[in-house]
Ligand binder design. Structure first.
Ligand code: NAP
Length: 286
């Protein structure tokens, strides 16, 4: 097992987009970490790590790649074993990997729930026992995960006082029943908003109670960024914004996740379990 005074940080989906920018910002930053970049496609992940390693030869952080497909239980188990053997613990888990599509068919809607929530649930449950006593989990969610924009049936189910963790999983497994009345706003019909609402609910109502009192959890919305997720390109100065508003770069989207990674590892009750955008606390409701 490697003995290092550096904290280690694992980022899912780091071959491109915001995940890549999180890795790059950490590598370029003043704090030293053992960064574990992961991707489902080994070739793409290794290429990303090779590019960044060459770009930041003087970085005081280390950067290592490991394969991870969040939808593959064996891939999750292999990575957890590798982290345990190499480091003995994990200091920060950044759940960033996700997919999105709009106007989708039922299979695609279910696949979005699987990738963005059910698989993140499994991965988080697998890694929580490895989390160091003052470790942190950061979920890259979305402003579309707030309760007020969900389908009324889903919103009511998630706000039920008798909600249990099992019920959250049952809702996810039967998502089509729960989004039948999705109004199609602010994004067209789809299960992406639901996937993030499920993630937020699981994290803040159930995961939080399984963590040690000294461990932390954060939710973050990176803001609207031009990435492959939505096919948008960042709005240039003087250019008309997209119909959804001004589009930022992935680097800008990485700022708040990196801020949360860089927060002291001592728990701060005022910040813990909160939802952040642009370094500030926002509401889970609206
Ligand atoms: P992106 O450019 O499409 O990157 C998504 C990353 O997730 C890619 O590395 C992708 O890998 C990976 N991924 C997808 N399925 C995976 C799987 N089964 N296993 C492992 N990795 C998988 O998207 P992004 O915009 O950077 O999104 C990053 C996070 O920000 C997501 O959680 C997203 O919901 C959130 N977010 C984005 C925006 C935005 O405007 N872009 C706004 C709010 C929230 P492949 O290259 O193999 O597909």
């Amino acid at each position: 097992m490697q003995t290092s005074s550096r904290r280690n940080v694992l980022i899912t989906g780091s071959n491109k987009g915001i995940g890549y920018s999180i890795v790059e910002t950490l590598l370029a930053g003043e704090k030293s970490y053992d960064i574990i970049a992961t991707a489902r496609n080994t070739k793409l992940g290794e290429e990303a790590v090779s590019t960044l390693t060459k770009k930041y030869p003087k970085s005081t952080s280390t950067l290592t790649f490991h394969q991870l497909d969040v939808n593959d239980d064996k891939s999750i188990a292999d990575l957890a074993q590798w982290v345990k053997t190499k480091y003995g613990k994990l200091d920060a888990l950044v759940n960033n990997a996700a997919i999105a599509s709009w106007n989708t068919n039922d299979e695609e809607k279910k696949n979005i729930i699987k990738t963005n929530f059910l698989s993140v649930y499994k991965l988080t449950e697998k890694f929580t026992p490895l989390l160091s006593d003052d470790g942190k989990i950061i979920n890259v969610s979305s402003g579309l995960g707030v309760l007020d924009v969900q389908a009324p049936t889903l919103k009511k189910a998630l706000e039920d006082e008798k909600l249990t963790e099992q019920k959250v999983l049952d809702i996810a497994n039967n998502i089509l029943e729960y989004i039948k009345d999705y109004p199609g706003k602010p994004v067209p019909e789809g299960s992406y908003p639901a996937s993030k609402a499920l993630l937020n609910t699981y994290a803040t109502k159930f995961l939080i109670n399984k963590l040690k009192k000294t461990q932390q959890i954060y939710t973050v919305c990176p803001g609207l960024c031009g990435t492959d997720l939505n096919g948008l390109t960042p709005t240039k100065e003087g250019e008309e914004p997209s119909p959804f508003g001004a589009v930022r770069t992935a680097e800008k989207g990485a700022e708040t996740p990196v801020y949360l990674i860089n927060l002291p590892f001592e728990k701060n009750e005022e910040l813990n379990a909160k939802f952040f955008r642009d370094l500030e606390i926002i509401s889970y409701q609206a």
